[in-house]
Design a protein around this ligand. Structure first.
Ligand code: SF4
Ligand code: SF4
Length: 246
């Protein structure tokens, strides 16, 4: 725990810790919004008499962050002139499921658990890597649709494009305009980072590699081993948060 910080022991002290913690770098509008929405969540939890330990468990998993970002994504989707209205995305179009980097995207613990739960019953079956060596293991290699569609994490839900050709180039490491992640992923990462800072000394908030979770679940690894192997070093979340404006 950082020197000078006292350990929160109830929701009231967690709220004041959350209001005052600072993330590395200047506070952006994304971080400010994530802080405000997390404080609303804490208020609601307090109002409902939620036990402190249950609240800590929820925050540790990143569930409030996922819910906050999910609502923000819904607001974007509801805008008739928003980015989703002009998206070229369609079932069976899967260049965005060819993952880049070792981690293939950062997900919260809640999302990692959800993905594992959806893929575990499909362990041993052909997966996305039978189509493309860097494809996500959650992909169906024949239909090129996500085998864990309802459980897919924010990083997948927020990636959209107006140009399939741009996605094909990006998948091969060639920069192209027209495809990218809409704001809700940055909000989720900022909320997970703030939860980590607020729970410092109480509980550890980790982030996970999407590629590693899906690969492990597809080959039948149990949840605990999968989470252990997919856990990212603390810096990964901070780097990713800044990359998405948090
Ligand atoms: S992001 Fe690109 S590759 Fe993915 S579904 Fe949309 S258009 Fe297709
Ligand atoms: S989880 Fe599903 S949508 Fe996301 S990259 Fe993997 S196959 Fe694609």
């Amino acid at each position: 725990m950082k020197p000078g910080l006292s350990k929160p022991r109830d929701i009231a002290s967690l709220k004041s810790r959350l209001a005052s913690v600072r993330l590395k770098g200047a506070e952006t509008s994304v971080t400010a919004r994530a802080r405000k929405l997390l404080l609303v969540y804490l208020e609601a939890a307090e109002g409902h008499g939620m036990p402190f330990q249950d609240l800590v468990r929820e925050m540790r998993s990143g569930l409030p962050a996922v819910r906050i970002a999910g609502m923000a994504l819904q607001q974007i989707a509801d805008r008739p002139d928003g980015p989703l209205a002009s998206a070229a995305c369609a079932a069976g179009c899967a260049f965005c499921c060819i993952l880049s980097g070792q981690d293939g995207g950062t997900v919260s613990e809640a999302e990692a658990r959800q993905m594992h739960g959806a893929l575990a019953p499909l362990a041993g079956k052909p997966d996305g890597r039978d189509w493309h060596p860097r494809a996500c293991a959650a992909l169906d290699p024949l239909t090129r649709t996500c085998r864990a569609y309802d459980a897919r994490p924010l990083i997948c839900r927020t990636y959209i494009s107006t140009d399939v050709a741009a996605c094909a180039k990006i998948a091969e490491g060639i920069p192209a305009a027209g495809a990218g992640v809409v704001g809700a992923q940055g909000l989720m990462l900022a909320a997970v980072s703030l939860s980590r800072a607020a729970l410092d000394g109480v509980s550890q908030v980790a982030s996970y590699s999407l590629a590693r979770i899906t690969a492990g679940a597809s080959r039948g690894e149990d949840l605990a081993s999968c989470l252990r192997a997919a856990r990212q070093p603390p810096r990964a979340l901070e780097d990713e948060r800044r990359r998405f404006g948090g």
